[in-house]
Design a protein around this ligand. Structure first.
Ligand SMILES: *Cc1c(COP(=O)(O)O)cnc(C)c1O
Length: 371
C-alpha cells in the first residue's frame, strides 16, 4: 500500500493532496483496516460515497484527517456532517440552501465542494444553476466555506473515450472562469481519479481522488499501456495488489470414479479422486460463475474448483496434493510460494471488473492488516 502511494505521489508531483477513496468499504478492503493503514502511509484525506460511510471513517481515522462525501447525503444527516467538519459535494441548489440553513443554526461553517456538470451526466451542478450557487456562496460566507470546485470524468480510463474527456476539461475550465469572475476562490480545484492522475498530468490540480490504484489495481489496460509508453518500459509492476484473500480446508473426502460432486450432475469424477471442501461460497463473495472454473492454491499448488459454488461451500480437486489436510491454508486471491491468483483471473471468467469483485467482498469477512 505504501509502495502504491509512493508511486502515485511520484506521478502527480509533490503538491496535490491525495484523497484516498474508501467508498464501498474501502473497495472491499475494510474501512476499519484500510483507513489507519493509509494514514500510516501519509494519507490524511478520505473520500466516501455517503454519510453512512463518512461515519464509518470518522470512527477510525485520526482527528486531523479530512473526510469528503461525494455522493448521497440526506438532509437528516447534514447536521452531523457539518458539526463534524465533514466536507461534501453539492450538486444542486436545494442541498446548498439546506446546508446554509443548518450551518447558520449550528454556528458552524458547512464545507462545500461544488461539483459541476461537465458532460458525464451523473451528478454535477448544471451550468444554469451555477450563478445561483455562486451568489449563495458569496452572500453566505459566514456559513458556507467554499472548499472545492470539482468534476468527475466519464470514463477517462478508456482511450476511445478521450474526445468526451477533452470536452469535459474545456467545460470545467470555462466554468472555473465563471467562478473567478464572480470573485470567489475555492481552496481546491480537483477533477482526477486514478486513471486521470496516472496518465493525464493536466488533470492533476490541487487534489486527486484515488481509489482503484491505491489498492494496487490498474484502472484499465489502456492506462497501464500509457504508463509503459510514458516511461519507455516494456513491462513494469509499480502497483502491488494490497489484498490477499484466504480460507482453509474444512473437510476432505475420497470420491469414487463416476460419482457426482456437489449439487446435481454438474461435475462427475473421471477417476477416483480426493476433494477438499472449503467453508465459503457465493454469499461470501466467491462468484458462482467460477463453478468448475475457479482455481485456489493449497500447499503452493493449484487446486481447481469442482462442481457448483454453493452459498457457503465449494469443493476443489486435491487428488494431486496428497499432503493437503483439514485446516490447511487456502489462497483464493494472492500468492502462495511460486503461484499467484490475481483478481483478474476472476474477472476474466465473470465479466465483472476488478472494482466490482473486490467491492462486493462482504463486510463480515474478517480483515487483518499484515506487513
Ligand atoms: C469512485 C470515484 C473516484 C475514484 O475513482 P478511481 O478510478 O477508483 O480512482 C473519484 N471520484 C469520484 C467522484 C468517484 O466516485
Amino acid at each position: 500500500m505504501k509502495q502504491n502511494t509512493n508511486f502515485i505521489r511520484k506521478k502527480i508531483g509533490d503538491k496535490a493532496i491525495i484523497s484516498s477513496v474508501v467508498k464501498a468499504n474501502a473497495f472491499g478492503h475494510g474501512i476499519e483496516t484500510f483507513v489507519p493503514m493509509a494514514e500510516k502511509a501519509g494519507i490524511h484525506h478520505f473520500s466516501v460515497a455517503s454519510s453512512f460511510e463518512a461515519r464509518e471513517v470518522s470512527q477510525v481515522c485520526s482527528a486531523d484527517s479530512t473526510i469528503m462525501i461525494m455522493g448521497i447525503l440526506y438532509d437528516e444527516d447534514l447536521e452531523w456532517v457539518i458539526k463534524h467538519k465533514i466536507e461534501f459535494f453539492v450538486f444542486d441548489i436545494p442541498r446548498l440552501k439546506k446546508a446554509r440553513e443548518i450551518a447558520e443554526k449550528l454556528g458552524i461553517k458547512a464545507r462545500i465542494h461544488l461539483e459541476v456538470e461537465t458532460g458525464g451526466n451523473r451528478t454535477g451542478l448544471e451550468r444554469s444553476s451555477l450563478k445561483d450557487a455562486l451568489t449563495l456562496l458569496k452572500n453566505n460566507r459566514k456559513h458556507l466555506q467554499f472548499e472545492g470546485f470539482c468534476t468527475h470524468y466519464a470514463g477517462i480510463e478508456s482511450l476511445s473515450n478521450q474526445f468526451r474527456i477533452v470536452q469535459q476539461q474545456q467545460t470545467f475550465n470555462e466554468l472555473a472562469k465563471v467562478v473567478e469572475k464572480a470573485g470567489l476562490t475555492p481552496k481546491l480545484y480537483h477533477t482526477a481519479c486514478s486513471a486521470a492522475a496516472l496518465a493525464f498530468p493536466d488533470t492533476v490540480m490541487d487534489l486527486v481522488r484515488i481509489g482503484t490504484a491505491q489498492y494496487g489495481m490498474w484502472p484499465s489496460p489502456d492506462i497501464y499501456n500509457l504508463h509503459l509508453q510514458q516511461t519507455g518500459k516494456s513491462k513494469d509492476a509499480p502497483l502491488k495488489r494490497v489484498l490477499t484473500w484466504k480460507t482453509n480446508i474444512m473437510h476432505t473426502k475420497e470420491v469414487e470414479k463416476g460419482d457426482y460432486v456437489g449439487y446435481g450432475t454438474n461435475y462427475q469424477s473421471k477417476t477416483k479422486m480426493r476433494i477438499a471442501v472449503l467453508p465459503l461460497g457465493y454469499s461470501n463473495g466467491y462468484p458462482r460463475a467460477l463453478s468448475n472454473k475457479g482455481v485456489v492454491l493449497i500447499r503452493g499448488k493449484k487446486a481447481p474448483v469442482v462442481g457448483l459454488i454453493n452459498m457457503n461451500v465449494f469443493m476443489v480437486d486435491i487428488s494431486h496434493i496428497p499432503e493437503a489436510n483439514v485446516g490447511d491454508e487456502v489462497v483464493l486471491i494472492g500468492r502462495m510460494m511460486k503461484q499467484v491468483i490475481g483478481i483478474r483471473s476472476f474477472t476474466e471468467v465473470t465479466n465483472a471488473i476488478n472494482n466490482e469483485l473486490v467491492s462486493r467482498l462482504p463486510a463480515a469477512i474478517p480483515r487483518y492488516a499484515v506487513k
